[in-house]
Design a protein around this ligand. Structure first.
Ligand SMILES: [Ca+2]
Length: 388
């Protein structure tokens, strides 16, 4: 999604010479992040908007030899209705900054240790089930007004966390995974936002849908049912969506695609990055064959594109170029959690006070980083990538 506080000018540099390798990266929110442009020779092009990465790979496989897709928004037919529903839930029973802090502390209490190390990051938040992290337990009791949620707030949180399933049991939208609730995304999308004249970003998504549907005079946003009316907007979102996982042309030309996705992304569902990998594997003859040209790196504790309690700063460009040009297959990419002020944490002072620099390996999915049991817990060298 193209919504973030800042982007660097270098992100937008597009060399005029014939292009071969492209980086569709997330918006950079940090001056410390490696500049992709600095690593790209004039013979290669660089662009932004990760959603385009997937459209390029599928629809225009001859354009580029290497592609990085960072947190690509490529399922608008799913995302837009879900956000319309989220806006309605939030309007009825708003989650406040304080409520997001309650959720953040509770999810970490329940699930931080599951990965074997108490570092404020939930390694694989799919393991943080509602049995372990029961938001009903957060209800205010007996006149309590602090560090708890109202029944309505619990309903709104439930909308965000839970899958949306249709009457046939088909999962229409996976829920947002637990963790990092105060780290930026939840607040940026759900709370009143100065950048949008006091409106929330999710309210703007509804307005965007109304604009997309202007060719249908009978379309009324207020009457749109996010669960049953999805087919009605499919034509409007289809130019933005990636419907096929057939990357055979891209693959046959020697193309390499590196995708990364934060586990604590709020607007996008990390589960869908994994689902897409499965489809690519099916279309390519198996997981081993797919890994020859397509690799997914999940980022624990990263919110949308950048930021969060995890180690999220990483150079994806060098590994991609080495993969494409020297056939060096990326196995693990070292990521850093920078010391200092957080990007968009709702409690920036407390987050800064407890901040420390640490590194972790990002692993080729489905492998996970696991602490070796000895050595500095802040050093990626003491973690290995293991099968779950
Ligand atoms: Ca942990």
């Amino acid at each position: 999604m193209g919504v973030a506080p800042t982007k660097t000018a270098s992100d937008l540099r597009i060399p005029s010479a014939a292009s071969r390798t492209v980086v569709f990266r997330c918006w950079s929110r940090s001056k410390e992040a490696p500049s992709a442009a600095a690593l790209i020779s004039p013979r290669r092009a660089i662009s932004v908007m990760p959603a385009k990465a997937m459209l390029e790979a599928v629809r225009f496989p001859e354009d580029y030899d290497g592609i990085i897709a960072g947190a690509p928004a490529f399922q608008f037919l799913e995302m837009i209705p879900w956000m319309v529903g989220a806006h309605r839930a939030q309007s009825a029973n708003p989650l406040t900054r304080e409520a997001l802090g309650v959720l953040d502390r509770a999810s970490i209490r329940a699930c931080d240790d599951l990965d074997g190390i108490a570092d404020g990051v939930i390694g694989d938040p799919r393991q943080c089930t509602s049995e372990l992290y029961d938001i009903d337990q957060l209800a205010c009791k007996g006149g309590q007004v602090k560090d708890c949620l109202s029944p309505g707030q619990i309903e709104t949180a439930r909308y965000v966390y839970e899958d949306i399933v249709d009457s046939n049991g088909v999962r229409l939208s996976p829920g947002v995974l637990p963790g990092a609730e105060a780290a930026g995304d939840w607040g940026f999308w759900m709370l009143a936002n100065e950048q949008f004249e006091g409106q929330s970003v999710i309210s703007g998504i509804g307005e965007m849908l109304a604009l997309l549907m202007r060719h249908e005079p009978d379309f009324k946003l207020d009457e749109f049912d996010p669960v049953t009316d999805r087919a009605a907007i499919a034509n409007a979102t289809s130019p933005l969506d990636v419907r096929s996982a057939d990357l055979s042309e891209f693959r046959e030309r020697g193309g390499k695609l590196l995708m990364y996705q934060g586990w604590n992304d709020w607007p996008l569902r990390p589960q869908r990055a994994i689902d897409f990998l499965s489809k690519v594997e099916s279309a390519s003859g198996g997981a081993r064959q797919a890994r020859d040209f397509y690799r997914l790196f999940m980022v624990p504790g990263m919110v949308h594109c950048a930021g969060g309690p995890g180690a999220w700063q990483a150079d994806y460009v060098r590994p991609l170029v080495a993969w494409r040009e020297k056939d060096e297959q990326p196995q693990r990419i070292i990521a850093t959690h920078p010391d200092g002020p957080p990007l968009a944490h709702l409690d920036a002072e407390a987050a800064a006070a407890s901040s420390r620099r640490f590194t972790r390996p990002l692993c080729v999915y489905p492998k996970l980083a696991q602490y070796r049991g000895r050595g500095d817990e802040n050093d990626a060298a003491n973690f290995r990538c293991v099968e779950p």
